[in-house]
Design a protein around this ligand. Structure first.
Ligand code: CAA
Length: 386
């Protein structure tokens, strides 16, 4: 076993770290304060090749392996989880789905424009009444002479107000259950596609989150991703990539909490000496280091399996479960190290705390990750309806 990164991976990591420090960290506090979705920064991400990192160069991507992609996402996550959300949704949920399930025409039409940042994409799976039980899609697709008409509603959709492309999951025939689900590549300029901003979030203020209403949205036959019956598999395989990306971003949050806490503990003096000299402060730093390292190793293992083309759904869920929970705990601990100073946004730990809370919810809650892991290991499905 070799824990060393290759020279190329080291360079990718170093470049992402420098980019994050110079372009993301500086804006993060102000963007959060102003609830600004920073389109200029999205353009810079694209120019760095970070919006299509795992897409082959022939479709305009950076052609990176999953481990390298994870390194980039970790650094961006250390800078700002709102920005990291853009990378995760665009690259993992949208591009990876098109790459895996798209026809050649669909790939050549959408991928270069998504990788270049000309267009953004969003992932329309969750609905007002459909969260963890993702197969219970109420959005309906009805066949017409020329294609399909979609009616329904989507909820909690990252980048839903800015996307040019929406992956919309819909039921074509409720009697078929999962086998009736389909995924459509919907151009959001299509009449009937109406996004609206979800306000008053706890965190991720610099990330766009939308509710979407779909009223008689017409799509052609060639806008289906995969076939009728593939919809759920499209969603789950995209989430295999998305959960990896969220986990990698959370390693970055853990690392950020650790670095900020070490720095602050060495500067801040109480009882006549730096608080870093107190054993209870060192214990908090050690706990953060442990959680950071363990999360990173789990993410690297999942990335390694993806790069080998081996099954990794369970390992990805383990990485997502551990890294997201660890990031929530590290953010809490980092505020404890900072004391009152951590309760205002002078230090990034305040934003880490608010922004990271959602990661144990989106792209599958921690409870859903446990059920996926438990089912995989026991062979018993705890989710079979009564
Ligand atoms: N890859 C490919 N196919 C898969 C798969 C995977 N990882 N996992 C399951 N499938 C296939 C199965 O093989 C099965 O196929 P067959 O019928 O041919 O056997 C089919 O999909 C149905 O699978 P399940 O029996 O596992 O379906 P289920 O209903 O029991 O799924 C669940 C349960 C795993 C909990 C799933 O519903 C789930 O992951 N829920 C969480 C939903 C979620 O993560 N939502 C996040 C929304 S996106 C978001 O948050 C983004 C944003 O913008 C913020």
């Amino acid at each position: 076993m070799d824990f060393d990164l290759t020279d190329e991976q080291e360079l990718i990591r170093k470049t992402a770290r420098e980019f994050t420090d110079s372009e993301i960290v500086e804006q993060a506090r102000q963007n959060s304060r102003e609830h600004r979705f920073d389109l200029e920064l999205v353009g810079k991400l694209a120019r760095q090749g970070y919006l299509g990192a795992i897409v082959p160069s022939k479709y305009g991507g950076a052609g990176l392996d999953y481990l390298s992609y994870g390194l980039v996402v970790e650094e961006i996550g250390r800078g700002d989880s709102s920005v990291r959300t853009v990378v995760s949704v665009q690259t993992s949920l949208v591009c990876s789905a098109i790459l895996k399930w798209g026809t050649e025409e669909q790939k050549t039409h959408w991928l270069p424009r998504l990788c270049s940042g000309e267009w953004l994409g969003c992932f329309g799976l969750t609905e007002p009444d459909t969260g963890s039980d993702a197969a219970k899609q109420r959005t309906r697709a009805r066949r017409t002479d020329s294609g399909w008409v979609i009616n329904g509603a989507k909820m909690w959709i990252s980048m839903g107000n800015y996307a040019k492309l929406a992956l919309i999951f819909a039921q074509t025939d409720p009697e078929l259950g999962t086998k009736g689900l389909a995924c459509f590549l919907v151009d959001t300029d299509q009449p009937g596609f109406k996004p609206s901003t979800i306000e008053h979030k706890m965190g991720l203020h610099a990330s766009d989150t939308a509710a979407i209403s779909l009223e008689d949205v017409e799509v052609g036959e060639d806008q289906m991703l995969g076939q009728v019956g593939d919809g759920f598999k499209v969603a789950m395989s995209a989430l295999d990539s998305g959960r990896y990306s969220v986990a990698a971003g959370c390693v970055g949050v853990c690392q950020g909490c650790l670095e900020e806490s070490v720095k602050y503990a060495k500067e801040r003096e109480q009882f006549g000496k730096p608080i870093a000299s107190f054993q209870l402060v060192q214990a908090m730093i050690a706990e953060m280091a442990l959680k950071t390292d363990a999360s990173r190793m789990l993410v690297w293992r999942a990335g390694f399996l993806k790069d080998k083309g081996r099954p990794n759904t369970i390992e990805t869920s383990i990485a997502k479960l551990h890294a997201t929970e660890a990031a929530v705990e590290c953010a809490n601990t980092a505020i404890q190290v900072h004391g009152g100073a951590g309760y205002v946004d002078d230090h990034p730990v305040e934003r880490y705390f608010r922004d990271v809370r959602v990661t144990t919810l989106y792209e599958g809650t921690s409870q859903i990750q446990k059920l996926i892991i438990g089912r995989g290991l026991t062979g018993v499905n705890a989710l079979v309806p009564a």
